[in-house]
Design a protein around this ligand. Structure first.
Ligand code: GAL
Length: 333
């Protein structure tokens, strides 16, 4: 080979090495159970923002986020589309945890790593068949243990000077406003808030227990009906989340009652409005559902999977009790 030819080849080689390698763009499919949900809106916005912030010269993310509109058939179609589109990883907030098996099987069969978020299909001490799927190194659940949030709601009441017994009749009379009953968060919060009280020796009286499906308007309607039905007998309103507590707060005000004086109100999530209400005294307390910690853990897990590394079965994020004493720390900056 001529010297000049060798020189050209060497030059081409050197130039090729010097050129930056093309970035790998990963396709990320995120399916949310319903966009119209205060907490999941904060969660999904943070998830997208954080994932984008982790992009490097070598790793880019093409993120598609879809709204399941609280309809399992709709979400199932969205997952089929994700599979056809060749997503590299799927982050899934199930509409119905009872449909988990079929959906998870489909995703696993197509060898797409799966990060389940927010709606735990079953407790990790639940049905063994479920454990089998989560034991797969390409599937995990990222969330918070709803038992903890329920117990914290109970503690918010137990820690009051009168332990929630405003009329001094020796029992805490309450109404419970539940989220979607199919959802383990709703089941555990309902159960563990009261269990905390009874485990600590307090007598309780349930005046009503109704489903508000996580929605503010429904929370308001249930609280308004109960306040007119049971009047002063209601000492505590437990809401499985803050959106419903916002509704209950409006009903309390309309009924001429005053939180902290003649009624108590607790929620879960620590939405900014509710943290402000805790500071102002119009809500007794709430429990921080850490959307930042959870969304970051979900993205971190997705990246572990994209790198082809093994996932743990579960990634847990703690809840935190929010009272008038520490609420300032939870206000969005
Ligand atoms: C809960 C949250 C609720 C609602 C629900 C949706 O963790 O507290 O406000 O967002 O998830 O599954």
């Amino acid at each position: 080979m001529k010297k000049s030819m060798l020189f050209v080849l060497a030059l081409v080689f050197v130039l090729a090495c010097a050129l930056p390698a093309a970035a790998e763009t990963y396709k990320v499919g995120v399916a949310i159970y319903q966009f119209d949900d205060n907490f999941m809106t904060l969660y999904r916005n943070e998830l997208e923002k954080y994932m984008k912030s982790l992009e490097t010269d070598d790793m880019k993310f093409d993120i598609t986020i879809v709204d399941g509109k609280n309809d399992m058939a709709e979400q199932s179609n969205q997952i089929d589309n994700f599979i056809t589109q060749g997503m590299d990883v799927i982050i899934l907030n199930l509409v119905q945890t009872s449909s988990a098996d079929a959906i998870i099987d489909k995703i696993v069969e197509n060898e797409i790593p799966l990060i389940l978020i927010n709606r735990e299909p079953l407790g990790d001490d639940g049905d063994e068949s479920y454990k089998g799927i989560l034991d797969n190194a390409t599937v995990c659940y990222v969330g918070a243990d709803a038992r903890q949030s329920g117990s914290m709601q109970g503690a918010l009441i137990a820690d009051l000077e009168n332990h929630g017994d405003l009329n001094g009749d020796g029992k805490i009379s309450y109404i419970m406003i539940e989220g979607d009953p199919e959802n383990i968060d709703a089941q555990y919060r309902t159960q563990f808030s009261i269990k905390y009280l009874t485990d600590n020796g307090f007598e309780v009286e349930e005046l009503d227990d109704q489903v508000g499906n996580w929605a503010q308007a429904k929370g308001q309607e249930i609280a308004a009906n109960d306040l007119s039905k049971f009047g002063d007998a209601i000492e505590v309103i437990f809401c499985n989340n803050d959106a419903m507590a916002l509704g209950a707060a409006a009903a309390i005000q309309a009924a001429g009652r005053e939180v902290g004086k003649d009624i108590y109100l607790v929620g879960v999530d620590a939405l900014n409005e509710c943290v402000q209400m805790v500071i102002d005294g119009t809500m007794t307390g709430t429990v921080k559902n850490d959307e930042v910690g959870q969304s970051h853990a979900a993205v971190d897990a997705a990246i572990v999977a994209l790198k082809g590394e093994e996932l743990q079965n579960y990634y847990w994020v703690d809840y935190v009790k929010v009272t008038a004493e520490n609420a300032e720390n939870f206000l969005a900056k």
